[in-house]
Design a protein around this ligand. Sequence first.
Ligand code: SAM
Length: 284
Amino acid sequence: MMEVFDEGLHSGVNLALDVGTVLYRDQTGLQDLIIFENSTFGRVMSLDGAVQTTEKDEFIYHEMFAHVPILAHGNVKRVLIIGGGDGGAARQVLKHRNIAVTLVDIDRSVIDLSIKYLPSISNGAFDDPRLDLVVADGCQFVKETDQKWDVIIIDSTDPHGPGEVLYTQEFYTDCMSCLTAGGVIVTQNGVPFVQAEELRNSYDRLGLLFQDVSFFMATIPSYVGGPLAFGWATDNKELRNLSEATLADRFLDADIETGYYTPDVHKASFVLPIYVKKILTTIE
Ligand code: SAM
């Protein structure tokens, strides 16, 4: 009898994945981690019962997470990744020349087991001399550091367990103090159709700190419930209104290979549907 992975993350809607070989299943001391084979998505990693990443669709998520802020900013030298222990976002960032990355993940096991069982996702990023790896709570790290970054990517789990602190006003405020002038923060902000409250909370909290706050979206097939929202926050209002020509020039100059990201996909991703705008504007 084929085992089924039931991701009961959202009430009323469920993702069920057939489980081939289970490559790893254990508590890491912080999170319940499973890595298994699935006939459609390849190897899948889940943390605390929620799908984090899969071999077959991770490129959509990680390309948008990295290339949208970097190509919008136009002059990035340093990127901070909070979470992201699978190494997928780091791999995409390191495709850009002359960028240094600091990756801060709370769980060493996620990093080690991702390198062992999901090597195609980080694809050597953890061996890149431009990557500085820190195993720590991201919330504590941004509070204590005196360094600054041009882009901060908050590639966190959902706001449960160790990831809960990465959606707080205090954390966003500390992230803002680690950002260079005109820098950009992008966040993993859930699937609005089934995680509306999460989206609204981040919008309100980032809105207290930054001039320009919005979201860009992409559909990740293994995240149930519709397109995922990436949070966007910066004091440089120009960055979200760049012309496609400017983005196309920067993309060409960056000379990076992608499977999802293009300059026009970038522009289109900021166009929010009415149901999402309603979540952001409805007076509660
Ligand atoms: N794509 C995934 C998603 O959409 O849910 C996120 C993937 S990434 C693997 C999530 C990472 O966040 C995990 O490696 C986890 O260890 C890390 N994490 C959770 N809480 C953290 C914290 N407080 N500080 C730093 N990293 C944290």
